[in-house]
Write a protein that binds this ligand. Structure first.
Ligand code: BGC
Length: 351
């Protein structure tokens, strides 16, 4: 009898040791993912892709969306820190508002990966994983350049709509495009008829469709109502492009301009198919998610994550080592191959 009890006790002990080991292994792989908003399709995809990939790699995941409210994002991150996450993956709403909360993360020994948007003014950020933001703008500028054949000369009119000044990416998108187009503006081939050209004049707080629509409607009413031709609308992303195409639909009757965008949101891809938007930058969020999961796993395993840029992204406390994924453009000629054949969307989603 004694023997049986001893055996049972040993078995129970082994079981509880195994359970403990299981728990601690799980907790060592606990990630908090803080996304800005569910309003835009892309962040839903980013969140879902990462959750799936982290879970497949054995992680416990706390995924939160902050409704584009800075205070909500800060308190969600605070909760993640208290819950014991080992890694934080954050796409900041406002890059300059997380200094204090990430100070707490650093104290708790948590790795912080800035996801898509750089987090400013904190030395708590370990790595940055994003698409090449300047290249996004370059490709948009080049699309306008080649569609209008600007290198051949001529006279064309353009309006510019940029992104959220609180988002560190927005200036990179704008600058990448302007660096392509500036020489045509200087030579008079391109004219910004509204005269609104500086980043602060063309920026769109919170990347809001309503704001970009209202601004474009005002521009069309003031500068194009007399029949002046508008040849191109440089829009930094799809939510701002949507505002611009809404404004064009309601307040412009001339020959339809080239309109750029970014993200290949379903609604905007449908606009490309319908001829209302000319192109969108395709940032395959599956690639970014996979790269980020790899980065987190390397960090937790004590390995140095792979980076390919160690000079572009200074967050105010020094250069943040970065992995840049490559953006490409989608338009009417290649969207099927890029978006449907690759399995990113089904044909049904775009019909
Ligand atoms: C992202 C874009 C997105 C924009 C608005 C940027 O930081 O890089 O892909 O369109 O935010 O959410």
């Amino acid at each position: 009898m004694k023997k049986i009890i001893t055996v049972l006790l040993v078995v129970a002990l082994l079981f509880s040791m195994a359970a403990c080991a299981g728990t601690s292994a799980k907790n060592d792989k606990f990630v908090g993912i803080s996304m800005p908003t569910q309003d835009l399709q892309r962040w839903n995809q980013d969140g879902a892709n990462m959750k799936e990939k982290f879970e497949a790699a054995g992680y416990k995941v706390d995924l939160q969306y902050a409704n584009n409210e800075v205070n909500t994002q800060v308190s969600q991150i605070e909760n993640m820190i208290s819950a014991g996450v080992k890694v934080l993956v954050i796409a900041a709403i406002d890059g300059k508002t997380l200094t204090q909360v990430l100070g707490n993360a650093k104290e708790a020994g948590i790795y912080v990966i800035a996801y898509d948007r750089l987090i400013m003014d904190t030395d708590a950020v370990s790595y940055y994983c994003t698409f090449d933001n300047y290249m996004v703008g370059t490709i948009q500028g080049q699309y306008i350049e080649s569609s209008l054949k600007l290198a051949d000369g001529g006279k064309y009119n353009i309006e510019i709509t940029a992104g959220d000044p609180a988002d560190n990416n927005a200036l990179y998108f704008y600058q990448g495009a302007i660096d392509v187009l500036q020489k045509y503006i200087d030579s008079g081939v391109l004219t910004v008829v509204s005269g609104q050209m500086k980043f602060e004049e063309v920026a769109t707080p919170a990347w809001s469709t309503e704001t970009s629509q209202a601004r474009m409607e005002a521009i069309l009413a003031s500068f194009y109502a007399d029949g002046t031709q508008l040849d191109a609308c440089l829009c930094s992303n799809d939510s701002t492009a949507k505002g611009v195409t809404n404004a064009l639909a309601s307040s412009y009757t001339g020959k339809y301009p080239i309109v750029t965008g970014q993200d290949c949101d379903v609604a905007n891809t449908k606009d490309i198919i319908a001829g209302k938007q000319s192109m969108s930058i395709f940032k395959d969020t599956r690639t970014l998610a996979a790269q980020t999961v790899q980065m987190a796993s390397d960090l937790l395993a004590g390995k140095t994550p792979e980076v390919n840029d160690t000079k572009s992204y200074d967050n105010g406390t020094g250069i943040i080592p970065t992995y840049l994924c490559a953006p490409v453009f989608a338009d009417i000629n290649n969207y099927k191959e890029l978006l449907i054949d690759s399995g990113y969307y089904t044909a049904d989603q775009l019909s």
